[in-house]
Structure formats: structure tokens, C-alpha cells
Design a protein around this ligand. Sequence first.
Ligand code: SER
Length: 319
Amino acid sequence: MSSKVLIIGACGQIGSELTAKLREIHGADQVVASDISYNNLAVVNSGLFEILDARDYSALKVCIEKYQIDTIYLMAAMLSATGEKYPMKAWDLNMDTLFHVLNLAKDGFIKKVFWPSSIAVFGTTTPKENTPQYTVMEPSTVYGITKQVGERWCEYYHNRYGVDVRSIRYPGIISWKTLPGGGTTDYAVEIYHKALSDNTYESFLSEDTALPMMFMDDAVAATVNIMQAPAENIKIRSSYNLSAISFTPEQIAESIKKQLPGFSMTYKPDFRQAIADSWPKSIDDSRAREDWGWKHNFDLEKMTEEMLTNLSKSEETVA
Ligand code: SER
């Protein structure tokens, strides 16, 4: 029986592009996309799709057995900003789904798991520049707490039960195909939509707030690379630091102005400022580079060019 992949949260920002890439790699009939609603027609119409709420263990198990799934990418989560509005919901969603997937692996129903962690595992007591792989981690958001605890459980399931779970700490992800939802780094996507529709953007983070970021193509490549690497190369079974670029709202605005000279920016920090202030400004990802050959491809200028070119071709802009 050939290997089959399930993506949970396949309609989301990363899930949708990961699904497309995995369908390209494995073939559309080997990749089952799932989400709680049909809210991304590109995903729904391009291969196998199931409505699935992965908080429901039985429903998840039925889906695994139906398609003989052996690899799961768990991309569903409530992110940092929304998580602060619904702390218990964020905890339940982020933890229940992870435990279900880890337990399916422990019990032999699936062989391999990808679970994303985040820069949100770090907190105000973490060194902010070039944040090391191993350092103080005192996350201040519910999202960050779920990711840090999740990392501990991933490592535990690997050490105790031999579960092949692999993880990276995504920075803010910038993309043009599917909008992000509920994150603190979302400004770096909204800004491109607003630059094209209104020629101006009001940032909810202050001008000098540097955060680690990455273009979607790099994030998808990293995800595919870590999953394809031989198991013995994956020496960290909590989660790998991963980095590409770091910039402030002012710097991204400058890169947009090079292509849209009339673009202007105003700043009105809200509750997300405190979240951003608790996160690193840049990340040391040398372990990912050494262990499984991670290399990023997009810098700020190349990403801006790609974002503006593709978004101006598509009609969708933030309302
Ligand atoms: N993009 C996420 C957020 O802002 C960080 O992992 O919540």
C-alpha cells in the first residue's frame, strides 16, 4: 500500500499552499486535504477533500482508516491574537488535535507527523537578537504556551514511544494566495493588499518592531525538507528554530515604496504590540541548516516584488 498523506487545516494560510505542493510531489490521489469547512475552493477542488474537525478523535481515526493515511501534517491552530480573545478555545483546539495525532502515531495507525511550532514559544525573558535554539522560554500568550507545551509532548512521544514527529518554529509567514487569520505577524500580509488597494496602510505594530519573517515558498520548502530528511538527521524532536528574514514595519514599507512610490504608512499599535514585543527580533537557525540542510531563498526585496506582482494580478484584496 503506497504512502498517503492527510493535511489537517488544509484551507488555511500555510495548509493551502502545503497541500498544493504535496499534491505535486506525491500525486493528487495520495494527498487528502481536510478542514472544518469548504472555505478554500482551490484546495477543495484540486483533489481528495474531507470535512473534518480534528478535535474529534473518532472522526479523525475514521478518516485515517478510510484512506490508509500514514503521514499527518497538523496545520490547524488558533494563532496568537485570536488566542488572546478565546484562551480556553485556543488551548482546547491546539492541544486536543496534537494529542489525537500523537496518540494515533503511538498506537501505530500512522507513521509520521509534522506539527508546526512558532516563534511564539519565546517570551520577554528570551534573548531577542539571534535567539538560540536552546534558551529561556517563558511564552506570554496562550498560543505560545500551547506551542511550548506541544514541543515538550512531541519530544516526549518521540523519546518514550518512538513517534517520528518533526517540527519547526515558524516565524511570521507572508503569502499572497490565502490570507492569514488571527496572528500578530498578519500586518506583513495586509500591508501588501492595502498598498495596492488604498496606497496607504495603518500598521497595528509600531514602526520599529522587528520580527522574524519568511516568504511562503520558503516555509513550504522547509516543511517538505524536514519531512523528507532521513530520520537520523532529525536530531531535535521538540522543534527547530527556523529563520529567513527580519524586518520592521518601517522597513517593509520602504521596500514597498521602491515599487509604489506614493505608498504611505501610519502607525496605531493595538494589543498585538505587547505580543510582538515579547517575541524575538531575529533567530539563530544554524541547527536546521546543519542537520537537514535548510536554506532560505527569499529576502525582503525579492518577497515584495513577488507579493506585489502576484497580488496585482489577482483581484482579491483585504476589504
Ligand atoms: N504568525 C503567528 C502569529 O502571529 C506566529 O507564529 O500568531
